[in-house]
Design a protein around this ligand. Structure first.
Ligand SMILES: [Zn+2]
Length: 412
């Protein structure tokens, strides 16, 4: 009997050590996989504000985006105080309702939260020339989508994952609004119509589907970039929108989703790359100006009492409504940020494109001259020095008394 017990004990000890050894190996292998697949730190590592800024390069800060003028702080404060008074009334009206009033449970506070974020994005971007609609779906999956009637549907699964983070919600709403304002639903519907016009299993149908899938991915990149711009103009911080970025990465593993969407890795690369050329301070100033010039947009429950309508500003004229970015603004920020990022060849290309559109711009000629000077210092090629002199001379003809231009003439 003693012998049997002894062998059982031995066996237990032996097995235990084997399990422990294997268990450690499993942990190590799993940690290695986690390094590869983790949706946390790794995938926003590159997504940081204003990467390279070379302090040695010349920048008298003369480049600005159009579309705003600076408002006195006291006037801004007065306007914000007046707006906040209206918001507090809206808040008590929305949050004071009984759950039964909504047909959906306890959505008052959630409505208010999403209303404030969406309304801020709408006003900051002059999108208040039309009504917007927010629908809360009870669906527990993480998703959101928009329709051509400016209706944004947010699943409970998405809202509940993001609800503590306004920046993340803003990035999600911005993306969906971007689909609407860039006309993506109409573009997609045209593909659907075309696909349906061919017989099932036909080669032409397969070609039409392929064309749709490829274009759909381009639309996602565009909505990501434009959506991020909408959120930045409303004052939201993209660096803090980590839950949305993490979601985008995670969703790319879903085969149905990844059929029409680029991979998460590519979408995050597109975010980081696009953002390298944002002029975020300038964009925020445009947003502050647009909010100052607009009035609080009132929410109301929709006729089916399941969604929230954010009413348009009826006084808005066509001329004041949202416009996609002008080519001049786009080339301005690409040229300027390429220069600041030390990408001088790119800056050279974008400054020439900008000057083709805006020939009488002395500031652009001055920065073109700085760029060529940097290229001269980098390569030692004399042609860049000659270019630098030529461009600063153009600048001086356009603005003879400018001191920064005179300094550059003297420096060269
Ligand atoms: Zn999308």
């Amino acid at each position: 009997m003693k012998k049997v017990i002894w062998s059982i004990v031995l066996c237990f000890v032996f097995n235990n050590s084997v399990y422990a050894k294997d268990y450690a190996k499993i942990q190590i292998r799993e940690m290695e996989k986690a390094q590869k697949y983790s949706t946390t730190d790794r995938y926003y590592a590159d997504y940081t504000e204003d990467n390279v800024f070379n302090k040695n390069i010349k920048d008298p800060k003369l480049i600005h985006l159009g579309g705003y003028s600076t408002i006195e702080q006291s006037k801004l404060n007065a306007k914000n105080a007046a707006d906040n008074l209206i918001y507090s009334k809206i808040k008590s009206a929305l949050c004071g309702k009984k759950a039964d009033d909504y047909n959906v449970q306890a959505y008052g506070a959630d409505f208010y939260k999403v209303y404030r974020i969406a309304e801020k994005i709408i006003r900051a971007n002059n999108l208040d020339f039309m009504n917007w609609r927010i629908v809360f779906s009870k669906d527990n999956s993480f998703n959101a989508y928009s329709s051509e009637t400016n209706c944004i549907t947010i699943h409970a699964g998405a809202f509940d994952s993001l609800s503590a983070n306004d920046d993340a919600i803003a990035l999600l709403i911005g993306h969906e609004m971007a689909h609407s304002i860039l006309g993506h639903q109409v573009r997609a519907a045209k593909y659907m119509h075309k696909i349906d016009s061919f017989p099932e299993d036909s080669a032409l149908r397969a070609i039409a589907i392929k064309a749709y899938v490829s274009d759909s991915k381009k639309m996602e990149y565009a909505a990501d970039t434009e959506g991020a711009r909408l959120a930045v103009k409303a004052g939201y911080d993209l660096s803090k929108a980590k839950e949305t970025l993490s979601f985008i990465y995670t969703m790319s593993n879903d085969s149905e989703f990844s059929y029409t969407h680029p991979t998460g890795k590519h979408r995050l690369e597109n975010y980081a790359e696009s953002r390298k050329y944002f002029m975020e301070d300038e964009m925020k100033k445009q947003g502050v100006y647009n909010i100052y010039k607009s009035e609080v947009l009132k929410p109301r429950l929709s006729s089916d009492r399941k969604s929230l309508v954010i009413e348009k500003n009826t006084a808005k004229t066509q001329a004041e409504a949202y416009r996609t970015e002008t080519p001049v603004d786009l080339y301005t920020r690409y040229a300027y940020k390429s220069y600041l990022n030390g990408e001088f060849e790119k800056a050279e290309e974008y400054f020439s494109k900008l000057l083709e559109l805006d020939r009488k711009n002395p500031v652009a000629y001055l920065y073109f001259s700085y760029t060529e000077e940097c290229l001269y210092k980098k390569t030692g090629k004399k042609k860049y020095l000659d270019n630098a002199k030529t461009f600063v001379n153009y600048a001086q003809k356009l603005a003879p008394s400018d001191k920064h231009i005179q300094e550059q003439v003297d420096a060269l």
